[in-house]
Write a protein that binds this ligand. Structure first.
Ligand SMILES: *Cc1c(COP(=O)(O)O)cnc(C)c1O
Length: 394
């Protein structure tokens, strides 16, 4: 007679092992079981550590958060379901009706939308000002201003904010300084070393680095503010997926190496584009011809970035010919991938602006932004040379 192998549906525990995995396991469990009600009390009262329900936190999010904490030099950060979840949780978790926020006038598109459409609907007023000019930021501050939100390097014209000046304004006026550090990353800029109160990331971009997860991160220096961000994120369900967190942790293992390589490639590609007759201008903050070259050195030291922009002679036809000829370079509106990607602000991120408004910030139909990846730099130079030549004959 065969033995009866019937078991209950949820066997308890994993097979025993004196050794352990070197790779973080993926833990998709939504709920965590406890021994007894007394044991659960101990956990809720903070006498022992433990998880209860994944929306409130889970091991893969926590492992990832501690790694990004270490990069930014702070403790207790939170991983959320997207970069925009992080921006939203910071604003709505902390602000209340009647408050006022000052934002950089070239923030990420959805951050601008949050500032100009959603916050005002909730009774939070906002003003946008040029972050390259600390006096303009100071002039926008009101008695009810609670927060300043800036990015260090703007998209897509790669303007460098006056971070020291803005930090001084925030300190003098007693306003929270929130830095979206997505473009610069802690490899090039550590906001907490320069007076920031809160740091935000779209982990989707360089930190995870492989265009296969959507995640965000937010950390506040003040524990009370961090708790407000956490509670808002848990209440509104901004929970990241364990698998996404696991992929991002894997990506983060090579972040430093990827950043350094991409930065080198970007500097070389910027210089190469500058030699091509079909290119009208190149924007790379580390080049002497960038309007903020001096400030880039002051803010970023000897670090660069993986982003550059350039303008072709010619309009939409040249742009179409260029994108079609740039074989192997994904024409896709993201950044920070291992592979080089190309975006065309006039038809994507900045399409809602009038041509005049785009022209005012220097974005024409021939304008492209490049997120430089880890390819062989000679191969990159070749493909860009061919694509620029194709644009010239269009
Ligand atoms: C992409 C991006 C965001 C939004 O991040 P998601 O992960 O796409 O939600 C916010 N800020 C900056 C600077 C970004 O580049």
């Amino acid at each position: 007679m065969s033995k009866d192998h019937k078991t209950l549906i949820r066997p308890e525990g994993l097979p025993g092992s004196a050794s352990w995995p070197v790779v973080t396991p993926i833990m998709p469990s939504v709920v965590y079981a406890s021994e007894t009600p007394d044991a659960l009390d101990a956990q809720y009262e903070g006498r022992v550590e433990g998880y209860t329900y994944a929306r409130e936190g889970h091991p893969n999010a926590e492992v990832l958060a501690r790694r990004i904490d270490a990069l930014e030099g702070e403790d207790g950060g939170l991983v959320l379901g997207s970069g925009m979840a992080a921006v939203t949780a910071v604003m709505l978790g902390i602000l209340k009706a009647g408050d006022h926020v000052v934002g950089g006038d070239q923030l990420y598109g959805r951050s601008l939308r949050l500032m100009t459409q959603d916050l005002p609907r909730m009774g939070i007023t906002t003003t946008l000002a040029d972050p390259c000019d600390a006096a303009a930021i100071a002039a926008a501050i009101r008695p009810e201003t609670r927060m300043i939100l800036v990015e260090v390097v703007s998209n897509p014209t790669l303007r460098v904010a006056d971070m020291e000046g803005i930090a001084r304004v925030a300190r003098e006026k007693g306003v929270l300084l929130v830095v979206d550090n997505t473009f610069t990353t802690p490899r090039a800029y550590r906001p907490f070393d320069h007076g920031a109160d809160i740091v935000i990331h779209s982990v989707t971009k360089l930190l995870a680095g492989h265009s296969d997860v959507t995640l965000g991160y937010a950390v506040a220096r003040d524990a009370g503010l961090q708790k407000a961000i956490y509670d808002f994120a848990v209440t509104t369900g901004m929970t990241p997926s364990p698998f996404d967190c696991w992929l991002a942790e894997r990506g983060l293992a090579t972040f430093d190496l990827r950043f350094d390589r991409a930065e080198q490639n970007a500097a070389r590609l910027a210089d190469h584009l500058g030699t091509l007759a079909g290119v009208k201008r190149v924007l790379y903050p580390m080049r002497g011809d960038h309007p903020d070259a001096a400030r880039a050195r002051a803010v970023l030291g000897n670090r660069g970035c993986n982003m550059l922009s350039f303008e072709l002679h010619g309009g939409r036809e040249a742009a179409n010919a260029f994108a079609a000829a740039a074989e192997g370079i994904a024409f896709a509106p993201t950044l920070g991938d291992v592979g080089t990607t190309l975006s065309h602000p006039a038809s994507s991120s900045h399409r809602a602006l009038t041509p005049e408004a785009r022209a005012a910030i220097g974005i024409s139909e021939g304008f492209f932004r490049v997120s430089v990846g880890l390819e062989d730099s000679d191969a990159l130079a070749d493909v860009f040379s061919r694509a620029v030549a194709a644009a010239e004959t269009a």
